[in-house]
Design a protein around this ligand. Structure first.
Ligand code: KIV
Length: 272
């Protein structure tokens, strides 16, 4: 029996049940109403309004510039298109690291205005006070460890994380901290598959990976990457299910040619 097929609405409780039954969790990002509606209708379990919007929607090099109000705009648009999936909104850089009260206020603003189901933030022990305070206010929190794009300037590269024992040990400790603090799930980004499997085995909460191997409880990808809208980004973990960039360029090229050649509109495509 499939846990998620039985439910009308995916909740954090449903995700816990899925892990319990060994049923893998699917998660994709979305940033707007139309895409979120399609992704939801296709049966995704979780939609992440990722701060990757900073890269794929706004064209920034990093996730750092996106603001709380911009994330709220994306979150609100996504929630309007979703009837079934759990919607998680990323807390952007600078809205939760300062102190736990600021973190709580940012999370409350996201939940109040977007009507999303949960928030996600990056970090382990160093943000645990913020995580606890947000959860105490009744807001579900998803953690994020491994490659943490908001800390790119600290690490200087987007290469695989936690390959060395010290970093792997810290990641495992942080994952336990997040679970104890009450996170309902954790994202692990770009770490060795063996480490991903170990964390998923040790934690009771679902562990969702992006480049963390097949031994975790679920998989997440950025929708622009898996649909082939982004072309320059080709990490090993990415599977492209479409080549939309080529399709869009082809379609636009045909439109341009049809307009220039007066082939569009034809007689049926105009009013009497
Ligand atoms: O912002 C995002 O899209 C993410 C995913 C890569 C997990 O955090």
């Amino acid at each position: 029996m499939s846990v998620q097929k039985e439910v009308k609405r995916v909740t954090t409780h449903v995700l816990a049940e899925m892990k319990l039954h060994g049923e893998k969790i699917s998660m994709l990002t979305s940033y707007d109403y139309s895409m979120a509606k399609l992704v939801d209708q296709a049966g995704i379990d979780v939609i992440l309004v990722g701060d990757s919007a900073s890269n794929v929607m706004a064209g920034n090099e990093t996730t750092l510039p996106i603001t709380l109000d911009q994330m709220i705009y994306h979150g609100k648009s996504v929630v309007r298109g979703v009837t079934r999936a759990l919607v998680v909104v990323d807390m952007p850089f600078g809205t939760y690291q300062g102190n736990s009260l600021e973190a709580l206020n940012s999370a409350i603003k996201i939940m109040k205005i977007t009507h999303a189901d949960a928030v996600k933030l990056e970090g382990g022990k160093e943000v645990i006070e913020s995580v606890e305070r947000i959860i105490m206010a009744g807001i579900p929190v998803m953690g994020h460890l491994g490659l943490m794009p908001q800390s790119i300037h600290k690490y200087g590269t987007y290469t695989v994380r936690a390959k060395e024992e010290v970093e792997a040990k810290k990641l495992i400790e942080d994952a336990h901290f997040l679970e104890q603090a009450g996170c309902f799930a954790i994202v692990l980004e770009k770490i060795p598959a063996k480490l991903g499997a170990q964390v998923a085995h040790e934690l009771k909460i679902p562990v969702i990976g992006i480049g963390a191997g097949g031994g975790v409880d679920g998989q997440v990808l950025v929708i622009h990457d898996m649909l082939g809208l982004t072309q320059e980004f080709s990490p090993r973990f990415l599977r492209r299910y479409l080549n939309l960039a080529a399709d869009i360029k082809g379609a636009v090229g045909s439109f341009v040619a049809d307009v220039k050649s007066r082939n569009f509109p034809n007689e049926k495509e105009q009013y009497e």
